[in-house]
Design a protein around this ligand. Structure first.
Ligand code: IDP
Ligand code: MG
Length: 156
């Protein structure tokens, strides 16, 4: 099992899409192991997007992400990082495929509703940033786990 960090960005919260987007991850079979709503400080957001520091959109991105509440999620599942990225769709929501979260719900390059870690290394760093305390995530076993995955092939 793998864990990844997902953020429901301020546009998702302001547009009343928390439930709908959260539902997409739940429906897929990803397990929620961490969940919080916060207005995150600029310093944390700058650290989170440090890889984009030199990009022209960096300042606006940090301002946008700090402009309102964000929902941070820690999700767990087999190949959770790749599965989450596929569910999100392309960065520019106008180009994202229908059926993806961005493709179905968004029209913007910047205000594209969700963030998802893009590698195992990023997931580790980002989870530590948004869920630093051991008690902030919960290891639990969903009652239907053996129906989401094949017990024979995937849960041995
Ligand atoms: P990702 O969120 O799909 O991983 P990244 O390339 O990591 O995309 O960019 C981080 C975030 O920065 C994007 O989700 C988007 O909000 C914003 N962003 C990226 N590229 C652009 C751009 O060219 N114009 C405006 N915003 C951008
Ligand atoms: Mg990214």
């Amino acid at each position: 099992m793998e864990r990844t960090l997902v953020l429901l960005k301020p546009d998702a919260v302001q547009r009343g899409l928390i439930g709908k987007i959260l539902g997409r991850f739940e429906d897929k079979g990803l397990k929620i192991v961490g969940l919080k709503l916060r207005k995150f400080p600029a310093a944390l957001l700058e650290q989170h997007y440090a890889a984009h520091k030199e990009r022209p959109f960096f300042k606006n991105l940090v301002k946008f992400m700090g402009s309102g509440p964000v929902v941070a999620l820690a999700l767990e599942g087999k190949d959770a990082i790749e599965v989450t990225r596929k569910l999100m769709g392309k960065t520019n929501a106008r180009q994202a495929e229908p059926g993806t979260i961005r493709g179905d719900l968004g029209m913007s390059f910047s205000n594209n509703l969700v963030h998802g870690s893009d590698s195992a290394e990023a997931a580790k760093t980002e989870l530590a940033l948004f869920f630093p305390g051991a008690e902030e995530t919960v290891a639990w076993e969903p009652a239907n786990l053996g129906w989401i995955y094949s017990v024979e092939e995937e849960l041995r």
